[in-house]
Design a binder for this molecule. Structure first.
Ligand SMILES: [Zn+2]
Length: 417
């Protein structure tokens, strides 16, 4: 499969209900891949009248075609992104800038002096930092110059803080009644962007389908009132992301950071150690052997070590597990779960709620072993990145970025040397 970018322009307001039990119909800033898939499937049925083998391959086979979410910008901020409490936001918006705390978390976890390492404060004013969530567009080739997507039609982020952990509390970050179309529907910037993974056959079929619909689909709720008319465009294939050199570079910089004397971790030999992170920009639906919701990628990727249980600090998971002749350990991360509510469109009935790992969740791991094992580990990571993890992958869940450059580029708060 190749990944094709998708551009969507709203021709009428788009309403997507957050919570079917609520009297209020809160909209959201992005649209699940589930809805994009549903809209295209509906268009297919209107054209062809029935589900056939082609329908099954296009909309139900995740090795043929996957539909990512439609978002206001290309990239999802990881849950480790944070910003000044008083002047929140990217520097480009005249604020105090953004930092990423993943590497600091890893240092705290590995350090014998962890209680003496302070939490990060704003490098410009010394105020506390708070999580920043939402979406951003990396500038070409340099995401250090990226800007958060902000506009009046996509409202500001509100982040709930969990007082005991100082991390983002489970909450809704964007609330709005409906997404409003941009002032110029024929302008160059689409309102929402996303992706579809497709093999050559599925790509051809989708182009035909979209063109038969004159590029118009209907998305979301209140469609009978004229809401949710969207012009959709399947654009060029995006370049692949498997880059072993970039991963190695990411790792060696993290190891150098962890070697700072104040952490007291000591030297981690870059020729023996490979650090990497798995970031989930679209979230994931993970279940364990008994089909219970879980937040541990080890339940979806059999060779990953388990995250040590909080209740059992002495658990053997702390020591990692053997992989490719070396030892692989979980060394930190941030995640939370999110309830996925759904309607069964076919029956017009509520679908059972599911728990998902939130968008932007990050998990960091450290491998210690020989060079053969390291090469084999890269292959395993390629596979995870290509295949994704967990359930409902053809609705965009379970997309994985290995060693997202964001964590490295924002180690220092923006604008701070
Ligand atoms: Zn500040």
């Amino acid at each position: 499969m190749k990944r094709y970018s998708v551009a969507a322009s709203l021709l009428s307001p788009l309403a997507v209900k957050r919570d079917r039990q609520s009297e209020r119909s809160e909209g959201i800033s992005s649209v699940l891949g589930t809805l994009l898939r549903g809209a295209l499937a509906q268009a297919y049925l209107q054209e062809h009248g029935e589900t056939d083998e082609r329908f099954r391959r296009l909309f139900q086979d995740e090795t043929t075609c996957r539909f990512g979410p439609l978002d206001p910008a290309h990239s999802t901020l990881p849950l480790t992104a944070c910003t000044c409490k008083r002047y929140p936001g990217f520097l480009a918006d005249g604020q105090h800038g953004v930092a990423d705390i993943l590497w600091n978390r890893v240092a705290r976890r590995l350090s014998p002096a962890r209680d003496r390492i302070g939490w990060q404060t704003c490098a410009r004013c010394g105020e506390d930092v708070k999580p920043l969530s939402g979406f951003y567009t990396p500038a070409s080739g340099n995401s250090a110059a990226c800007a958060a997507r902000s506009s009046t039609r996509v409202v500001a982020a509100h982040v709930g803080i969990d007082r005991t952990t100082s991390t983002a509390a489970e909450s809704i970050f964007f609330t709005l009644e409906a997404l409003e179309p941009g002032p110029d529907p024929h302008g160059s910037a689409p309102d929402l962007v996303g992706w579809i993974d497709a093999d050559d056959w599925a790509h051809g079929q989708l182009l035909k389908l979209i063109s038969a619909e004159d590029s118009m689909i209907t998305l979301g709720h209140a469609r009978t009132r004229g809401y949710g008319r969207v012009r959709i465009e399947l654009r060029e294939a995006l370049p692949g992301t498997e880059d072993h050199d970039a991963r190695e570079h990411w790792s060696s910089e993290l190891l150098a950071f962890l070697g700072r004397p104040e952490f007291g971790i000591g030297h981690l030999d870059p020729s023996r150690c490979l650090a990497f992170a798995l970031t989930l920009p679209t979230g994931a639906v993970l279940v364990d052997d008994l089909l219970r919701a879980t937040q541990d990628p080890a339940d979806a990727v059999e060779w990953l070590p388990r995250i040590p249980s909080v209740d059992d600090p002495g658990s053997s998971a702390r020591d990692g597990r053997e992989v490719e002749g070396g030892i692989l350990r979980w060394v930190g991360g941030v995640t939370r779960h999110e309830r996925l509510r759904g309607w069964n469109a076919a029956h017009g009935l509520p679908r059972q709620d599911e728990w998902a790992v939130a968008r932007g969740s990050v998990f960091a791991y450290l491998f210690e072993g020989g060079s053969d094992g390291r090469a084999a580990l890269h292959d395993r990571l390629d596979q995870v990145e290509r295949q994704g993890i967990g359930l409902r992958r053809n609705e965009g869940f379970g997309d994985v970025v290995v060693s997202d450059a964001f964590h490295r580029e924002y180690l220092r708060q923006e604008g701070h040397p």
